[in-house]
Design a protein around this ligand. Structure first.
Ligand code: MRU
Length: 342
């Protein structure tokens, strides 16, 4: 059993939902009941460990095949955030050298717990590094939701804002709405408001003129996958914010944990971008366009090239271009909190 906050219902209703079956887990990830790159990795890891525990007790001969099939289904639930495949593979690998199903399930559970705890620690470190870039009185633009809802800890981009707030800095956050599923206005605004941090929601289309008028001191966003050269896959709309930030000289930071770096992929052009249902675009506007033959394109993510990223804030320090994130990933478990000089 895995318990999640059903993010589809926020901010209207706070409901915790128990996921018991593989279908429940895949559906929760696909429909964004649980969402955010680190959170879907943690949820899939916990889900897979719990399914393996159930299968180990049922005593069927094909235990390993069935666990691997669960892993494949979870891995395939969403394509863009690398954390999902990474977490599933880690949990599967943890049980690989055991024979007894009960021992395999225990090893998988320990690994899933480790992934969750590491994510919590990485969020805190990202928050501390990120807060060092913020000053009292700043207005910070963020996109989508990268906070406690999206991770096992305090969040990534929002983690920096939470730590700055803890340190007594007055930070004002602009949360862009994040069409079509409104993670900015529904989730980020809700989280920050509960934390007592000043937040204003802005339409995605209002961001350019706010940067033009000098109303934004810096941008901090999260990531679903960062390639070796520093290209960033993140929620659709991130690229347009980055382009505008570049045009008006506003620093554009990306905050993400090691688990979001895909050292196997060099360029953002090779990242699979999830295409979601046209209904998310059309129905949210309250019309039945699909029935009238109106179509919609609904890419869920875009790629911001490394050239538009001022710095990448990670759990092991703050990196500036030219990025060689393969080297960072290789050094992944060295936990020296000083900023490495890559
Ligand atoms: O489709 P979503 O809501 O899962 O997309 C989430 C994002 O794009 C976040 O910015 C990213 O996963 C980082 S969350 C710490």
């Amino acid at each position: 059993l895995v318990r999640i906050i059903d993010q589809r219902l926020l901010p209207g209703e706070f409901l915790e939902r128990d996921l018991r079956t593989l279908d429940d887990m895949v559906d929760a990830i696909r429909t964004l009941a649980v969402r955010g790159a680190p959170a879907i990795g943690v949820a899939a890891a916990m889900g897979l460990a719990s399914l393996a525990a159930g299968l180990s007790r049922s005593g069927t001969g094909d235990f390993r095949e069935r666990v691997e099939a669960c892993g494949r289904a979870l891995r395939g639930a969403r394509p863009t955030a690398v954390n999902l495949a990474w977490a599933v593979d880690r949990v599967l690998a943890a049980g690989a050298d055991q024979e007894d199903p009960i021992a395999v399930a225990h090893a998988m559970r320990r690994e899933a717990d480790a992934i969750r705890e590491e994510d919590r620690d990485m969020c805190r470190r990202i928050g501390e590094f990120g807060a060092s870039l913020l000053r009292d009185g700043m207005t910070v633009l963020t996109h989508c939701n990268t906070g406690a809802l999206a991770t096992a800890g305090i969040g990534t981009a929002l983690g920096a804002i939470y730590v700055a707030h803890e340190r007594g800095l007055r930070i004002r956050v602009l949360a862009s709405e994040t069409r079509p599923l409104l993670q900015g206005s529904r989730l980020t605004a809700w989280e920050l408001c509960h934390a007592g941090i000043e937040v204003s929601v802005v339409a995605d289309g209002a961001v350019a003129s706010m940067m033009q008028s000098g109303s934004v001191d810096c941008c901090i966003v999260g990531a679903d996958r960062i390639t070796r050269r520093g290209d960033v896959a993140n929620k659709i709309g991130t690229l347009s914010h980055a382009v505008v930030a570049g045009a008006y000289g506003v620093p554009f930071y990306v905050a993400a944990p090691t688990s979001t770096v895909d050292a196997e992929t060099v360029s953002g052009l090779d990242v699979v971008i999830e295409e979601r249902s046209p209904g998310e675009i059309l129905l949210i506007a309250g019309h039945t366009g699909e029935q009238q033959g109106i179509m919609a394109n609904n890419p869920a993510f875009d790629i911001t090239p490394a050239e538009l990223v001022s710095a990448i804030i990670t759990d092991s320090g703050i990196y500036k271009a030219p990025y060689d994130l393969g080297a960072w990933k290789a050094a992944e478990r060295s936990t020296d909190p000083s900023t490495p000089d890559l």
